[in-house]
Design a protein around this ligand. Structure first.
Ligand code: CP
Ligand code: NVA
Length: 299
């Protein structure tokens, strides 16, 4: 099984990943052999902390071989086309996990290779993050009926979160400035599974929500737009006042890295109801679950 987008998953498959991730978290010792003799190629075309550490460590902790490839040495899309890289890796490794600039490269690799391809973030989706997000929400309240309010850019993280929330029985709300919405085609797909509410007014999204979420205004690869985006997102910072409009027991999530003073206030990052670092830790259990599901290991 490839794992490129949450939007490709059946709700049962996604629920299974969340349950498996939670099981791995509670009993990590039961999974120390789960990837025995499996080789996992890992490539990053963009910077990473959480995804890099969780993927490499996750493979090692389950007895597999992580083969971390530097973009400079591989030259994805420059030195060699994605499809040739996939054909070569297919002869040697069991899984390919990549963070890419162009989602199309992942699709080309998935088409060219029999081995599963895992998306470690692309310009359109961040599915491993969404699994960790669901694990984190489920640690705090049932996923069924959860109202998740995302304030900010309708980016890769927002798209995957939306698909994840509606597939697990929640309501997804997003507040974004005009011109920064989630692509309409993605929303149409999500609406087949649950309620999506779109607004340009942050407080409309956040009022009585169970989860408040934000991400950077300028994603990796969009650096040339930073100034324009800082202007467009003025008034979209998630701070204590806005978070105070959410439900009493609401939690605050952010995939990190966070830019205090931009999309999130310094104070909110210190709030007792933030679960941002639980969420970062849960990336480890999420990627372990995704790896096992992709190689179809019976667990
Ligand atoms: N949230 C996340 O994917 O972090 P990194 O970019 O550091 O991997
Ligand atoms: N939207 C951000 C997420 C980083 C984890 C980006 O793509 O840079």
């Amino acid at each position: 099984m490839d794992f490129l987008r949450v939007g490709d998953l059946e709700p049962e498959a996604l629920g299974g990943l969340v349950a498996l991730g939670a099981r791995i978290k509670s009993r990590p010792d039961a999974f120390t052999d789960a990837l025995r003799s499996k080789a996992i190629a890992i490539l990053f075309q963009k910077p990473s902390l959480r995804t890099r550490v969780s993927t490499e460590l996750g493979v090692s902790q389950m007895g597999g071989y992580p083969i971390v490839l530097g973009q400079n040495s591989v030259g994805l899309g420059g030195r060699e086309p994605a499809s040739d890289i996939a054909r070569v890796l297919d002869r040697m490794v069991d899984v390919m996990a990549l963070r890419v600039e162009q989602h199309g490269d992942l699709e080309a690799m998935a088409l060219a290779a029999e081995a599963p391809v895992i998306n470690l973030l692309s310009d359109v989706a961040h599915p491993c993050q969404a699994v960790a997000d669901l694990i984190t929400i489920a640690e705090n309240r049932p996923l069924e009926g959860a109202v998740v309010a995302y304030v900010g850019d309708g980016n890769n993280v927002a798209v995957s979160l939306m698909h994840a929330v509606v597939r697990t029985g929640g309501e997804f709300r997003i507040a974004n400035p005009r011109g920064y919405a989630i692509p309409a085609t993605e929303v149409e797909v999500a609406e087949q599974f649950g309620t999506v509410i779109q607004t340009e007014v942050p407080v409309e999204a956040v009022t009585d929500a169970n989860v408040v979420y934000t991400d950077v205004w300028t994603s990796m690869g969009q650096e040339a737009e930073t100034k324009k985006r800082l202007g467009a997102f003025e008034g979209y910072q998630v701070g204590l006042d806005l978070f105070g409009q959410a439900a009493d027991e609401a939690i605050f999530l952010h995939c990190l890295p966070a830019h205090r003073g931009q999309e999130v206030s310094t104070e909110l990052m210190l709030h007792p109801q933030q679960r941002v670092f639980d969420q970062a830790e849960n990336r480890l259990y999420a990627i372990k679950a995704v790896l096992l599901a992709c190689i179809e290991t019976p667990v």
